[in-house]
Structures are given as C-alpha cells and as structure tokens.
Design a protein around this ligand. Structure first.
Ligand code: CA
Length: 377
C-alpha cells in the first residue's frame, strides 16, 4: 500500500465574541488540516497547531517526501521528514507541519490495520479520559469578573471536575479573578491558572504566593518559554506545581525543559511538538524525569481525538494502588471549526470523555463544511 496524496487545507471561521489571553485577541479561528490518501482510497486526517497558512506551506514542502511511502511505516516517514527540516527549522512551525502529516498517517495506519490509535500506541489503559475545561478568557464584557464567574459555574454544571482560567493581565487583577472563580466553583472542582508567559519571574512568584490559599492544581506557562532558568527558580520557590511546554518542540526541546527541572507537568501539543510519533517519545523522556504529561490541545476534533488516544495509553506517575488519573485539556473557548467541521462532537459526562473505539483516530471531517470553510488560495 502506498500513500498517493497529501492534501492540505486552511479552514477559517469568525467567532461571535472576540476573546483574548495575555498575548493577543482572537477574532477568527483558523486551522491547517491534512488528509493523507492511500492508493486504495483510504485516508487519514491530521492537524497542525500554529499559524495555519505557515503550517500549510510546511506541509506542502514535505508532502513529496511522503508520497510513494508505505503508510504503515509511520516512524520511518517521520524520520525522513525530520531530517529534511533539520537544516532550516530545528524547532517551530515546520515541526507543526511534520506533526500534522504524522497524525494523518497514524489515523490512516489505524484504519488500514483495523485498530484504534490508542491500541497502536501500546494499549488502552482507560476507556474514558478525565478532561479539564479550558476557558475563562478575557473579553470586552463590562463586568469581566461576573462573566468569568458565570462561565466557571457553567463548566461545573456541565460536569467538569477541573477548570483552567486565563491570567497574565496584571497580578492584582489576576488574583481578584482567581479568588472570584474559586469561590464560585467551591472546593471540589480543580482549578488551574494559565499566564501564557505574561509574567516576569518576580510577578509570577508574587502571583503564586498570593493564590497559594486557593488550592491551584497547576500554574501554566508562568514566564517566557525561553526563560528556562526562570522556570526552574519559580519551581524551587513556589508551592504550586508548575506546568509548561506548549511552545516547546521535539524531544530535544523537552530534554532542555525536563533536564533543567523546569516543570512538574510537561504539556506537549501533539499537533506542534512532532506528532504522535514524537510525543510518544516525549512521554518516555518525561517518565525518565519523573514528570507527568498533560497534553496541550487547542483545535478541532482531530487534535482532541489524538489527545484522547494518547492519554488512553498513558502511564501515570507515581504508580500506586489508588492510581492518579491523567488529564487532557478540552478547549471550551468559542471555536466554530471544532463544532462544525469534525465529527463526532465530543461529549463530557461526569468530567470524562469516551475514547473512540473505531479504527484510527475515530474522527472524520465533513467534506461539505470543509469546502465551505476552506480559505481559497
Ligand atoms: Ca496554555
């Protein structure tokens, strides 16, 4: 069996209510999707994280290397793509292009073998995965605190047992928001904060101390992803677990983060850090450093399904009789692409989502919707 075609698409849709995090505002959602087609017509879907048009250019650059190869040999193809990119992009968005193609090949391989991706990753340790709601972004609402409180209560009412909120505006405002949200959801729902590297080290430390009493499960991306020393110092001085890695790429990037003892929780994005082939290796490296992985996930159902399969097969540390449960990020911010383009639309029940059992990723793309949402060249 040979791969005959790698198709790339950029889909885009406006959001009704623009929202922002500590760095910039979103008015649209955009994604680069990849379809790997085999000679018998079977196909797999992949997705890249990052600026979609740039990811697509990377996919188109790499596609000729992949066509003609056997889709069962996914990691051999990965190596070929990686070697071709190495001279120009040791990190960054060309790695997201590799990731998108790699995910499509895992999906295709699963379909050809008649097995879900989680089985190919080593086996399903769990049929349902605990998810946390990512939301609580900043908007232009007159009463932002009131809006955050209502939104947080909504997630708890939907059954989420863990919620992550945005911080990184300024320490005083962020403390006020975090207190209001904790009070609204009560003590039984986990709460996490994400600064998207909006703080200096001293601000991050001050914030961590001021929210210590709020029982925060982790503090994500406190400082610049380039500031490994800052991560390490914060981790040594703060009591809240430190998470990071969504801006990190490949095994080599995570080696720096992990060997530097920068994080308690590593957060590779499967659609950016190197695809399922590489994140599988990142998980092994994290394990050797006694660090758990909670994948970053911010895209359509393809990205989310890849995360479900990975977490289904994930080993959690430390091993014990009452095993801790792994987590997966479930973005709840407005994303019409996630809701309209891919099926199934994943449902949360008791804070968990079923891992698809169909061969491959168990997700498909609506071709009519794709045609409608694709940005023309
Ligand atoms: Ca984040």
């Amino acid at each position: 069996m040979k791969i005959v075609r790698i198709e790339s698409y950029v889909a885009e849709q406006k959001v009704d209510t623009p929202f922002s995090f500590s760095q910039f505002e979103f008015q649209t959602r955009q994604v680069c999707l990849v379809k790997a087609v085999a000679e018998d017509g079977s196909y797999g879907w992949g997705e890249g994280y990052g600026p979609a048009t740039v990811v697509r250019a990377g996919v188109d650059f790499l596609a000729p290397l992949v066509c003609g190869e056997d889709p069962l040999h996914v990691e051999a193809i990965w190596n070929k793509m990686r070697l071709r990119a190495l001279d120009y992009a040791r990190r960054g968005v060309l790695v997201a292009a590799i990731s998108a193609i790699d995910i499509a090949l895992w999906d295709l391989r699963g379909k050809l073998l008649g097995q879900p991706v989680s089985v190919l990753l080593g086996g399903r340790r769990r049929e349902r995965v605990k998810v946390y709601a990512t939301g609580l972004y900043f908007t232009a609402a007159d009463d932002l605190v009131g809006k955050l409180v209502e939104e947080a209560k909504g997630y708890a009412a939907q059954g989420f047992r863990a919620i992550k909120m945005k911080v990184g505006l300024d320490v005083a405002t962020d403390v006020k928001h975090a207190r209001a949200v904790r009070q609204a959801i009560g003590a039984d729902v986990e709460l996490m904060v994400d600064a998207n590297h909006g703080y200096s080290l001293s601000e991050a430390l001050s914030f961590a101390r001021r929210i210590e009493e709020l029982d925060i499960s982790f503090f994500e991306e406190p400082v610049s992803p380039e500031d490994y020393q800052g991560y390490r110092e914060l981790r040594e001085r703060a009591t809240i677990p430190i998470a990071g890695g969504e801006c990190e790429y490949l095994l080599e990037g995570f080696r720096q983060l992990l060997s530097g003892r920068c994080v308690d929780i590593a957060q590779p994005d499967i659609c950016a850090a190197g695809g399922l082939s590489e994140v599988k290796r990142i998980v092994a490296l994290a394990r050797a450093h006694h660090v758990n992985v909670i994948p970053h996930s911010w895209g359509t159902g393809i990205a989310f399904a890849a995360g479900l399969h990975l977490v289904s097969a994930l080993d959690v540390l430390p091993g014990r009789m009452r095993m801790p449960e792994p987590l997966l990020e479930m973005d709840r911010s407005e994303n019409p692409l996630r809701d309209n383009l891919t099926a199934p639309v994943f449902q949360v029940e008791d804070g968990k989502v079923d891992v698809p059992s169909a061969p491959g990723l168990g997700v498909d793309v609506d071709p009519d919707m794709l045609a409608e949402l694709t940005v023309s060249d």
